[in-house]
Design a protein around this ligand. Structure first.
Ligand code: URP
Ligand code: ZN
Ligand code: ZN
Length: 473
């Protein structure tokens, strides 16, 4: 077994930062030591097979991205990253675990859909992966399936208040699924937008001739997100289900979450870098069909309305618990362009699995969040939220040696032809400059990225059988 000694760096956890050395034996962290405090450190360095010098750099747990969609059939096409390309891009960006969504459509057994997602991912991933289950049809059969899935390490279930005719659940179905989740102790994840009302706004916009990508945003106003978030919170309160609201983009929706949390309810908010950095005016409103690059749901919000600043604020206060990517990439050619002349036909989704750690570190550099909060929202809380702690999300003895050496004096230019390994023909973050750099990435003790070289391999990533959430109040 390879022994790796990482020395000279500052280990950053969710609770603090200090100069520490890390010893890895095989796939596992075996010791975290104060440098020079004992002769042991020197002995360990001498006995190591590989010594990584992290002087002047941060040593952090590998990123945990709790929301991705690799090769997901959606919007009349399929997300353009396979498990192989998407997890390789994740590795490049310092993310060493993803949790992807299995999709159940009406007429399918949830257990069968989980089996087919296992087939797609097995032997294909560069980093470790787990699964959530989307329940597209809540009925007796799928509700029964939930308990079997929990036993198989799929302990969270996503429902949709949006997308009528696709994934949409009625309030009655949501209530039933929440009752089951509460009984199992499983996490209920919610796409909170009032899809019925949104579809009317979409129909009216198209009838007016408002067909450009910009109108994707205006037909999904924040009131639709706030209302659905409130309704989901009330149903969760009634049933006792822990609720995780995915991809929150409206400040008002987060205010609902904050109120519920203040009242002691198990309600958690997730946001994504696109909602912190991008906007309706600057991106969705781009000339011609360009705005299609940023069509996703919930939509990018107006900067003039102040949502981005509200999201950063809620990130600091803890009401945003996690930052995931909702990585759901589509190319402009042959995918997004299906919506030329009708924004409602643009496949919804943005790719970003490669850039989350960098984009959120830029939030540290700009003073929006602390260094520790960066690690907390990108690594530790997602691991706890989705039942993978302390194996993932922390550098401590016994944990998987998923470790990133991050250089705060390095630089990363994001864009096509630069740091882009995702299978997309554009970058949603083209031109972004990051004051930091992912130098080295270890996945279960193996160096998979080092100094601009990719050393990983397809099939290294393993399925993570998850516990129930460890983040409940
Ligand atoms: O636009 C999005 N978010 N696409 C992915 C599917 C979802 O709702 O998460
Ligand atoms: Zn969603
Ligand atoms: Zn999603």
């Amino acid at each position: 077994m390879t022994r790796t000694f990482i020395h000279g760096g500052t280990v950053v956890s969710a609770t603090g930062s200090q100069p520490l050395d890390v010893l890895v034996d095989g796939e596992t962290v075996v010791a975290v030591l104060h440098p020079g405090s004992t002769a042991l450190g020197a002995d360990l360095a001498a006995a190591a097979d590989r010594v990584l010098d992290a002087t002047g750099k941060y040593v952090i747990p590998g990123g945990v991205d709790g929301h991705t969609h690799m090769q997901m059939p959606f919007g009349g096409t399929e997300a353009s990253d396979t498990f192989a390309t998407g997890t390789r891009a994740a590795a490049w960006g310092g993310t060493t675990t993803i949790v992807d969504f299995v999709v159940q459509k009406p007429g399918e057994r949830v257990q069968d859909t989980l089996g087919s997602w296992h087939q797609k991912a097995a032997g294909q991933c560069a980093v470790d992966y787990g699964f959530h289950q989307i329940i597209g049809e809540v009925d007796d059969e799928s509700l029964k399936g939930m308990s079997e899935l929990v036993a198989e390490g799929v302990t969270s279930f996503k429902l949709f208040m949006a997308y009528p005719g696709v994934f949409y659940s009625t309030d009655g179905q949501i209530l039933r699924a929440m009752q089951s989740a509460a009984g199992l102790g499983a996490l209920l994840m919610m796409h909170a937008e009032n899809g019925i009302a949104i579809d009317v706004l979409v129909e009216q916009a198209l009838a007016r001739g408002d067909t450009a990508p910009y109108f994707h945003g205006t037909t999904r106003p924040w009131q639709m997100e706030e209302e659905a978030t409130h309704r989901a919170i009330m149903l969760a309160q009634l049933t006792g289900a822990p609720l995780y609201v995915v991809h929150v983009s409206a400040g008002q929706a987060l205010a609902q979450i904050a109120t519920a949390r203040d009242a002691g309810q198990n309600v958690f908010g997730e946001t994504c870098p696109q909602y912190l950095y991008l906007s309706l005016e600057e991106h969705l409103a781009a000339p011609g069909f360009e705005g299609a690059k940023w069509v996703c749901s919930t939509p990018l919000r107006s900067r003039a309305e102040g949502h981005q600043e509200e999201l950063w604020r809620y990130l600091r206060t803890g009401d945003v618990a996690t930052v995931s990517t909702d990585h759901c990439p589509f190319c402009m050619k042959d995918q997004k362009d299906m919506g030329i002349g009708d924004f409602s036909k643009i496949p919804n989704g943005i790719g970003g699995v490669e850039h989350r750690m960098d984009l959120m570190f830029q939030g540290v550099q700009s003073g929006q969040i602390s260094l520790e909060r960066w690690v907390e929202v990108c690594c530790t809380t997602p691991a706890r939220m989705f039942g993978m702690y302390p194996r993932k999300g922390v550098i401590s003895p016994g944990a998987d040696a998923d470790i990133v050496i991050y250089d705060p004096r390095g630089h990363t230019s994001i864009g096509l032809g630069k740091t882009h390994h995702m299978n997309m023909d554009y970058s949603a973050y083209e031109g972004f400059e990051i004051d930091g750099h992912v130098d080295t990435v270890l996945s279960r003790g193996r160096v998979i990225v080092d100094d601009g070289a990719y050393l990983g391999s397809i099939g290294h990533g393993r399925f993570v059988k998850r516990q129930l959430s460890q983040n409940l109040i």
